[in-house]
Design a protein around this ligand. Sequence first.
Ligand code: AMP
Length: 480
Amino acid sequence: MSSFESLSLSKKLKSVLSELGYQKPTPIQEQSLPILLQGRDLIGQSATGSGKTAAFTLPILESFDRDIPDLQRNPILKALILCPTRELCLQVASEIRKLGKKHMGLKVLPLTGGQPLGPQIAALEKGIHIAVGTPGRICDHLRKGTLATESVKTLVLDEADRMLEMGFAEEMDFIFGRLPSERHTLLFSATFPTGIEKLSRKLQRDPVKIIIPKEPENRPNIEQRAYVAHPFEGETFEFTDRLKLVLHVLREFSPESGIIFVNFKADAVELLHELNRFHISAGALHGDLEQVDRDRVMAKFRNQSLRILIATDVAARGIDIDSVDVVINFDLPQKPDVYVHRIGRTGRAGRAGRAVSILLPRQIPKLEHLEKLTDSKINRIENVDLRSTALSDVGANLELASTMTTLFISAGRKNKMRPGDILGALTGEAGGLKGSEIGKIEIQDYFSFVAVHKSVAKRALKSLQEGRIKGRRVRAELAR
Ligand code: AMP
C-alpha cells in the first residue's frame, strides 16, 4: 500500500489527510488500519512519533459516520483513550481534533489530573464523543458519576507499559469494570513485559499483534559520550563533583537547548539553584511542582526562554518538546531502558544529537551494557580531573543566558485568544515591537505565554497591560 487511497476510509477523511499533508501511511498505519477498520482488536508495539495516534483515530472517526451521522445532536461517549501523562493526553487530543476537523460538532475532551474538576464536569454535562484521559482522573469522574461509559465502543490504551510502571494498574482495573464488554480494544506498548501480556489476555479478543521495529535508517544520529571522573581512593561521587562535570560539559557544547536528567528530585532542586548562580538560564521539572508551574516551565523551555531543563524521569515522561541539542545524564538511570528513553530526546527529526553521561570508573561496566543495548559506541573521556579546580572557576563566564524572556497573559483559548491577537497587541502602533523581537506564542486554555527579547520585555509588558486585547483588559506579567 503506498497511499491512503486503497483503504476503506471516507472521502471526508481522505481529504483531511491530504490537507494535513499525510501523503502515505506510516508503517504502523499501513499494517494496522486494514485490521482496525475490520473491527479487530490490536496489540501494537510502536514508538511515539510513529503515527500511531492517527492509526487508532481514523477507524474511530470512520465509525462515527456510520453510527452517529449527526454528532452535534448526539454527544455520546464512543471512545475512551487512556494515556499515562497529561502532556500525552493533550498531544493525542490535538491530533484527534486535527483529524476530526471535518467532523462537525465533534467533541474531544482531555481529562487529566492537575486541572480543576469543575470545567471538566461542565464539558461532560454538555456531552462528548471522545475522552482522552489519565487513569487517575478518569477514575475520579467514574466514582463521582460524572462520566458515563455505557456507550463506549472503543478503548485505547496508549503507552500501556508506562501506565503500569506508574502504578495505575488499580485505576485501570476499575475503569475496565465500568466498560461494556462488547467493544473494540487497542493496546499500544513500547515493551511487552508479562503485565502487558496479562492485560491483553484479560481485555482483548483474539488480538492481532503488530510489531514495528525501529528501522535502521530511522536511527537517530546521536553521538554518545561519557565523562569519567578521575578515580582516587575512597571517592564517592559528590554533588559538587558532578556539578563541576556538568558545567564542564555545558561549556564544551554551549547548547541552545539541553535536558539534564537526574535520578532524584532533591538533585533537581539543588542543581537548578547552582546553575542559576552561574547565570545559566535553566528550569526544573519534578514531581513536587503544581501543574501550573509545570506548564510554565515547559512553555518557557519550548519558547527558548530557558536553555536548560533539569528533569526527573517521571516528570519528563510524555512532555512535548522538539529535539534538544544535548541530553546530559547527571546520574546513570537505574534501568537501562530509561537511558534509551532519555537520549531519545536528542537527535530527532534529522538533527544531530548528543548524549553525555557523567560517571565514575566503577560504573564503566554499566556503560558497556548500555553500548550493547543501544547497539552503538559510547565515546569515553576518561580521567577528567576537576578536583583541584575551584567550582567558581569551572562555572565562570559560561555564556548560557537566554536572550528571550516569557510574558504570561491571563487569557487563553477559552477566552477566544489567538496568537494573532497577541501579536497584534505587541506590534504595530499599539505595541511598537518588531516581529523579530517576538518569539513563540503559546495559547493554553485559560492563559497564554509569549516569548519576547529581554531588551524589549518592559515595553512589551507595558503595552499589554495598558492596551486591550479583543476589547478587554488582560493581566500580563513576567512569567516567573
Ligand atoms: P504520533 O506517533 O501519533 O505521535 O504521530 C507523530 C506525528 O506524525 C504527528 O505529528 C502526526 O501529525 C504525524 N503523522 C501521523 N501520520 C502521518 C502520515 N501518514 N504522514 C505524515 N505525518 C504523519
